[in-house]
Design a protein around this ligand. Structure first.
Ligand code: ADP
Ligand code: MG
Length: 700
């Protein structure tokens, strides 16, 4: 027998159980069962007395005598009830399922070892679906200190393959396959990270002897899993870099230098300077840059983007800046146009609403190299746009752009342009390492000086009048206010949402009447021209209050706005709330974010609101978001298949992931082709991982 033997040949399995193992657990071969790891372990060294069971006891283990068994017919099937006792009391055991399987195991008068979760019903404790095991006369059962718990299913349980049944199978499996298990991690990594022997680790995972050994075994398995994930990411990066040459930007020229010394409106932060250096190293290397730039809202990514585009221009190339919405594209256009006044850099704007005539002349100007920078939405790639020589593409707020779109952009030149993806959606380190493990990542981890923390509060509808008063006070001081309503375009609630928005607009209009106050409104259903017009009025300070949907979520920059009121805040996700809050606090004034909700809140919603009130730090918020939603949801990959981790956990195993990445980097640095003998032992395992990975790695 070997790891590759079909599972039905394992002692204790047979054809019908094999069928179930395949359909329920995807266990086809011995090797699959070996990798069906316990999801937790129970400390079985302690025994409880019936009298000591409290409401709050989680799991109890009893030694008791079986006094009585009754099968009670129900409308459908039957229910099994048994009474047990020890010297301190009596209690009931109940089974609703698998009665036929359990019944023959219960013999009145015998001693049992019973394990389960107490349940209180009308003041009485019972155990539903406990695990039971008959004890031999007068013998205290020999138990390991830790008992593995395997995930199982109802169908498997009905064939005796509950956690204990599976554990028994493992006992048959291990001796068959252990000898076949070979080390797959290079010797020096094993010794430097003190990894437990691989065979021993498998044995301990399924049959832990002591908690310290189990801990080491689990560490090794998690490390191994994450290490191969990192190895495969880094190897595909090596392959990509080898394949794709990049334009070489050798010189820092006139445009960059003049802008830097004469037009830069402020001193760059150290983080901004560092990031620019990192990018310059990339674009000078002869390889194509593929870099992710993370920086919290307001950290100043735009100016970095501009400087990098100037660098491209200095080297004879054109640059493009892509934004996820028209509002944002417009804003970038205006900001950059203003910054570039008097520099001789020519810049254009192309969005879905660019008129045909204008579009034509933009195309020409681009093809003949008369335009240096093109700013736009995805119209920029869907359009028949031809650049004369596109050297640099900056993608702002990447999470809105699809993979296919990015690939299209690369096809616009024979040598692909350098790509810088900027995002303010902080991605927890662990996710960045896994999902963007084959990109280079830069971080602006410092805000421009003088920023004040945005004060955030949570208010109920009952506080509305006071909130209005506060808005009035701020407006009197010359500030502006956003009021944001949820409006989910695809949702069935769309009409109701739109009505909420309009109702809100009307009640604000009554409370803040013209002509003293001006209120604007923007939402996704408006024509682009109208949206622009309203945004412009707000940006120039003509309107005091802007009622909006999440169309203003990313990037919008109106430094005079100091209050962000978010209506039905419980309906927004954490990263959305954080993005919305980032629309204020962009100037020198103290800014505020007011989260309005009803009284009834789910536990998750409460956590989101509390997190927002507690911190302004995008990375902390991202960590909480990860815990609440899980990795797949955050990265939008649930459908396309998550990173399939068997034992490691991206939320709790961050430190192990860090070590695994460090180890993988070390190997790739020294031996990118894996030529060394000591590194070749990884190859079979790597093949498996690479095959698996190709399903989701395309994300970047
Ligand atoms: P984001 O990273 O969210 O895109 P922006 O690039 O819009 O941030 O910058 C936010 C604001 O901070 C802008 O008004 C910008 O002019 C300003 N800013 C950027 N860098 C600095 C700096 N080093 N010092 C002062 N203000 C800065
Ligand atoms: Mg931005």
């Amino acid at each position: 027998m070997s790891l590759d033997s079909p599972i039905e040949y394992l002692q204790g399995v047979g054809p019908s159980r094999a069928q179930l193992l395949r359909s329920e657990l995807e266990v086809h071969y011995f090797r699959d069962l070996l990798h069906h790891f316990p999801f937790r372990y129970i400390d079985r060294s302690r025994f409880h007395k019936i009298r000591d069971i409290r409401d709050d006891s989680t799991l109890v283990q009893l030694q008791a005598t079986l006094d009585d068994v009754k099968e009670i017919k129900q409308k459908r099937g039957s229910r099994l009830e048994a009474w047990i006792s020890d010297e301190t009391g009596r209690m009931k055991l109940v089974w609703f399922q698998g009665v036929r399987w359990i019944r023959p195991q219960l013999q009145v008068g015998k001693q049992y070892l019973i394990f389960g979760k107490p349940n209180r019903f009308k003041g009485q404790f019972s155990l539903n679906h406990p695990e039971i095991q008959q004890m031999e006369e007068g013998k205290v059962p020999l138990l390991g200190e830790l008992q593995p718990v395997y995930s199982s299913t109802e169908k498997l349980t009905s064939k005796g393959l509950d956690t204990r049944g599976l554990s028994k199978l493992m006992k048959n499996l291990l001796p068959e396959v252990l000898k076949e298990i070979k080390e797959v991690i290079p010797e020096e990594i094993v010794s430097d990270y003190r990894l437990m022997d691989r065979q021993l680790s498998y044995a301990q995972i399924h049959y832990p002897k002591k908690s310290e050994l189990l801990k080491k075994a689990r560490f090794r398995m998690k490390f191994e899993e994450l290490f191969f994930l990192q190895m495969s990411l880094l190897l595909s990066k090596v392959a990509r870099i080898k394949k794709t040459r990049g334009h070489v930007f050798t010189s820092v020229g006139d445009k960059f230098n003049t802008f830097y010394s004469e037009h830069l409106p402020f001193e760059l932060t150290n983080a901004q300077k560092r990031v620019i250096k990192e990018i310059r190293r990339d674009v000078g290397s002869g390889q194509q840059m593929n870099r992710l730039l993370q920086g919290d809202v307001g950290s100043g990514k735009t100016i970095v983007g501009l400087l990098i585009m100037l660098l491209a221009i200095d080297n004879g190339f054109q640059a493009a800046l892509m934004a996820p919405t028209e509002i944002l594209a417009n804003q970038h256009y205006k900001t950059l146009k203003q910054l570039l006044t008097g520099t001789g850099v020519r810049i254009g704007l192309l969005t879905g609403s660019t008129k045909q005539g204008m579009r034509k002349s933009l195309h020409q100007a681009l093809e003949f190299g008369e335009l240096n920078i093109l700013i736009g939405t995805h119209a920029l790639i869907e359009d028949k746009v031809k650049f004369q020589n596109l050297g640099m593409v900056i993608i702002d707020e990447q999470h809105r752009f699809g993979v296919a779109q990015r690939a299209k952009l690369w096809k616009k030149n024979s040598i692909p342009p350098h790509v810088l993806v900027m995002t303010a959606t902080p991605i927890p380190r662990t996710l960045a390492m896994t999902y963007y493990g084959d990109l280079d990542v830069s971080q602006i981890d410092e805000l421009p000086p003088g920023r004040k923390e945005i004060k955030t509060v949570h208010r109920n509808d009952g506080n509305r009048l006071r909130v209005f008063q506060f808005m009035e006070d701020e407006i009197k001081k010359g500030r502006q206010v956003y009021v944001v309503y949820p409006l989910i375009e695809e949702s069935k609630k769309m009409d109701a949402d739109l009505k909420d928005l309009m109702d809100g607009y009307e009640s604000l209009s009554r409370r803040f009447p013209r002509p003293e106050y001006q209120i604007g409104i923007v939402h996704g259903r408006m024509k682009p021209e109208d949206k622009d017009y309203e945004m412009l009025r707000f940006a120039t300070g003509d309107t005091h209050i802007l009622v909006a949907t999440t169309v203003i979520e990313v990037g919008v920059n109106v430094p005079n706005a100091s209050v962000m009121v978010i209506e039905s805040a419980e309906r927004f996700g954490l990263s959305q709330l954080h993005q919305l809050r980032g629309r204020v606090g962009r100037g020198a004034e103290q800014s505020y974010c007011i989260l309005m909700t009803g009284h009834k809140l789910s536990a998750d919603a409460r956590t989101r609101l509390e997190t927002m009130v507690r911190t302004n730090d995008g990375f902390q918020i991202a960590e909480v978001d990860l815990e609440l939603r899980g990795a797949g949801d955050i990265m939008g990959t649930r459908q396309s298949g998550e990173v399939a981790l068997n034992i490691a956990n991206l939320i709790t195993d961050g430190p192990i992931l860090g070590m695994a990445r460090e180890a993988a980097l070390r190997i790739i640095d020294e031996d990118p082709e894996l030529q060394k003998d000591s590194n070749r032992i990884m190859i079979p395992e790597l093949r498996k991982h690479m095959a698996q990975k190709s399903r989701w790695a395309k994300i970047s």
